[in-house]
Design a protein. Sequence first.
Lengths: 101, 173
Amino acid sequence: MIPIDYYIIVSILLFSIGSAIVFTRRNILYVLMGIELIFNAANINLVAFGQLDPYLNGQLFSMLIITVAAAESVVALAIVIVLFKKLNTIDLNEITQLKEK
Amino acid sequence: MKLIEIVFFFFAIQLLSSALVILFTRNVVYAAIALMSTLLGVAALFVVAGSDLLAVVQLVVYVGGVLILLLFGVLYTYRDPESYFEKKHVLLSIVTVVCIAGALLFLLSDLPFNYPQLETSPHDATGITKRTGYLWITNNLLVFEVVAVFLLVVLVGAGWIASHVLDKSKKDV
């Protein structure tokens, strides 16, 4: 069995790369990808610790996270498509209000 | 070094380097492909951790579902990649990664974790698939149903958002 510290280090690095993407990018789709990376970092931790649990709570919880992440990206893409149709941009610097102009 | 450790480090390096590609590439299509590579690496780490069922779920839901949706979004909204790019973002993202990773590693290196260091996981002999299914329909049945209803509501809602707003904008024209 791989020591859990290694999983923690991998997930810390993945989490920091994901948050850097969320903080610095201007394209909404990059931000969504960064959020997916953050979800995956959390999942790696849950699975690594869930190995030791006879009730597999980590595995069950990370399955829930995968479902919620799928739901999140579906709604986000619906919003992205509507925004692109209305404002003709997905640049976060140009999207400043939800109200119609 | 044992074989399982070599496999672990191979996939860890693969997933982290493709995550770095997402961070630094200018072309959003390349970023989507690198995201696929990252998700495959995470699935491989799940296998190494003994959660083969979760690796399959990861492949079906993320690589088969979310990534295809994301690629659709990428191609629907494609614009010149240079229009989003600013030079200072490269430096800014390096600083952000180093700061967050350094802070978290420093914090976690101080904590005394007392989890057991086992040679083999208790689930290695039987696998987790049967046990996971059993636990979903016994101990965690309510959560399972709530998530099922939640997913239905989200899918209908997303369809409604997209179609309703588009219909309205068509009438205005």
